[in-house]
Design a protein around this ligand. Structure first.
Ligand SMILES: [Zn+2]
Ligand SMILES: [Zn+2]
Length: 237
């Protein structure tokens, strides 16, 4: 249930309280310059999309839908705290910092590529008071000078993603998205998402874009869930 009073209070505190580094606690920034060097890349012995064991970032199955995949780092340590702060602790300043950290990767993307993002579900926007992915997208747009469009819409669901099994996530995700009015015909599209775990969400979004005529779809995630926490039942490819 949304507690409007607390949300407003948190938003106010976020504005007036000094920022503390999400990783080391130093005063001054939501993520200090020292801690950004602690961001680690995920191993490349599993598919960064679906999480199945694979030598390389993208398994043969995911490559049928997604052309390339990249990320800022593994979901751990300070990066995990920074995203968590934005999503669950009303730390809106984290959106700008995350966009800044993403900038070198965004600048390497083809100039022809159309950038978009996975929108947040309406139920989560109501709880947070903002769409954290739209905030990140807006900040990436401001810093990079490249437009980040909203190309896909998400149907709301009462099911919380993290409570669902992998198969249930795939079914829920495939029914969730539809294209907005913008045309993607013949375009290269890059989907930006915050955290990828089973890949069900980005795969479903990529499929909708491909069905809409996109020439190819790549994924740029902020944080990839490390393989060790998702691989228990997966065979080596
Ligand atoms: Zn720090
Ligand atoms: Zn895969």
């Amino acid at each position: 249930m949304l507690n409007v009073k607390n949300t407003m209070l948190d938003a106010l505190l976020e504005l007036i309280a000094p920022h503390l580094c999400s990783s080391c606690g130093a005063i001054g920034s939501v993520f200090c310059d020292n801690c950004k060097y602690d961001i680690v890349y995920p191993d490349e012995d599993f598919c960064w999309c679906c999480g199945n064991a694979y030598r390389g970032r993208l398994c043969d199955d995911c490559r049928l839908i997604i052309k390339e995949i990249d990320c800022l780092g593994a979901r751990s340590g300070g990066l995990q705290n920074l995203i968590g702060g934005l999503k669950f602790q009303y730390r809106r300043a984290a959106a700008k910092r995350l966009a800044g950290l993403m900038l070198p990767i965004v600048e390497q993307l083809s100039n022809d590529a159309l950038l978009t993002y996975i929108p947040t579900r309406a139920s989560n926007i109501r709880i947070r008071g903002y769409d954290h992915m739209a905030l990140i997208a807006r900040n990436i747009q401001k810093l990079s000078g490249r437009q980040v469009c909203r190309l896909i819409a998400v149907a709301d669901s009462h099911l919380s993603q993290h409570k669902l099994s992998k198969t249930a996530r795939q079914i829920a995700a495939s029914a969730a998205f539809h294209l907005t009015a913008n045309s993607v015909s013949g375009r290269q599209v890059v989907i930006i998402d915050d955290i990828v775990t089973t890949g069900a969400t980005v795969r479903a979004a990529a499929q909708v874009l491909r069905d809409g005529g996109a020439a190819d779809v790549s994924v740029l995630m902020i944080a990839r869930q490390p393989s060790t926490t998702i691989r228990q039942s997966v065979k080596i490819a």
